[in-house]
Design a protein around this ligand. Structure first.
Ligand SMILES: NC(=O)c1ccc[n+]([C@@H]2O[C@H](COP(=O)([O-])OP(=O)(O)OC[C@H]3O[C@@H](n4cnc5c(N)ncnc54)[C@H](OP(=O)(O)O)[C@@H]3O)[C@@H](O)[C@H]2O)c1
Length: 321
């Protein structure tokens, strides 16, 4: 629990060494353009593991509190906000804490009625799904959308958003464990396939828009499958960083391969996505499946579950005691 000047927080001191929960971390006095947020939930994302190893983030800004998304109330008020972006958890203190002092641009007010655990998971994966589909991908009702990694944090929201837009949606999962749950999100079809089997499984699909968080052998499979003039949005490389494309197929179909980088999205664009997702949550047209809410002191277990691929949707940390 924060007393306004100190807070408990999961801190990274040296990249590559285990982060630790510290009970009394001094909070800075909020300066001009900064806000103190009393956090209660914070999402766990693959990038947190990359940050802990030093693969992303500013190594000159250590020790640093981890966590790139979270929610709570503006100190002394009941105003619920999301904290994310502008280097949260990467170049400045993050959300795996009882409180954070954040720049105003990283704080977005939510409408009343958003479930706090789901609010803790809006900032990165849900924003990415919205922004990658609607802004970068130009999602239309006529699209046949293929969502790869559909049981993950980005995928579970992407499936629902594409259906809400009127598109048809085929969702890929790596094992049958998540298939029924993804179908319950509204996917027209769920295919259980690795990259090697994907093309054979979806031979007739001809997707016009592919959301690809997996990279590796999945991206060339998406090129083989895509319709003429199709768009492939690659936003992650969970299955492998090196992507080798069938170049002739790619240009003969006139495909577009679009890279999505949340780290360079403007605060205004991020806020638009947060408001759109929050409106869906309040209105009951959208939900962020929360697989588990884990106490802050079990942050390592939460991150391990993500790496083991046992999570459906999101794992969220409860940051207050
Ligand atoms: N560019 C950006 O701004 C941005 C923003 C958010 C996320 N990302 C990236 O996008 C990716 C997905 O994020 P997320 O939050 O959805 O992650 P997540 O919750 O961990 O879900 C990813 C899904 O991908 C599948 N997967 C994981 N490892 C895999 C592997 N080695 N081979 C095949 N499938 C694998 C898993 O599904 P199955 O178990 O069903 O196979 C998992 O459910 C991550 O790489 C993340 O870093 C990028």
């Amino acid at each position: 629990m924060s007393d306004g000047s100190v807070t408990r927080a999961v801190r990274l001191a040296v990249a590559g060494e285990p982060p630790r929960l510290e009970e009394k971390v001094q909070l800075p006095v909020p300066g001009d353009g900064e806000l103190l947020v009393e956090l209660d939930h914070a999402g766990v994302n693959p990038i947190d593991t990359y940050a802990a190893t030093g693969m992303v983030g500013d190594l000159a800004r250590l020790p640093r509190t981890l966590g790139v998304e979270g929610t709570g109330v503006l100190a002394g008020t009941a105003t619920r906000v999301v904290v994310t972006g502008l280097g949260t958890g990467l170049v400045r203190d993050g959300t795996w804490a009882g409180a954070v002092v954040a720049p105003r641009g990283a704080v977005v007010e939510l409408p009343a009625g958003v479930d706090p655990a789901q609010a803790g998971a809006i900032g990165v994966a849900a924003v990415t799904a919205y922004d990658a589909l609607h802004v970068l991908g130009g999602l239309r009702a006529a699209d046949r959308v293929l969502v790869l990694g559909a049981g993950g944090g980005v995928g579970v929201v992407a499936v629902q958003l594409a259906k809400l837009a009127g598109a048809s949606v085929v969702a890929q999962v790596g094992s049958s464990a998540k298939a029924d749950a993804v179908a319950a999100l509204g996917a027209d079809r769920v295919v259980v396939a690795d990259a090697a089997r994907l093309v054979a499984e979806l031979d007739e699909l001809s997707p016009t828009l592919v959301l690809d968080p997996l990279g590796g052998a999945f991206t060339p499979a998406a090129v083989e499958l895509a319709a003429i003039g199709g768009r492939i949005v690659i936003l992650g490389v969970s299955s492998g960083e090196n992507v080798s494309l069938p170049g002739r197929t790619f240009y003969r179909k006139g495909l577009s391969l679009l890279g999505y980088a949340g780290l360079v999205v403007t605060p205004e664009r991020r806020a638009t996505a947060i408001h759109a997702v929050a409106a869906g949550l309040v209105g009951g047209t959208l939900r962020i499946p929360i697989d588990e809410v884990v106490a802050l002191d079990r942050f390592e277990d939460a991150a391990a579950r993500l790496r083991e691929r046992s999570v459906f949707g999101k794992v969220v940390l409860a940051t207050q005691e």
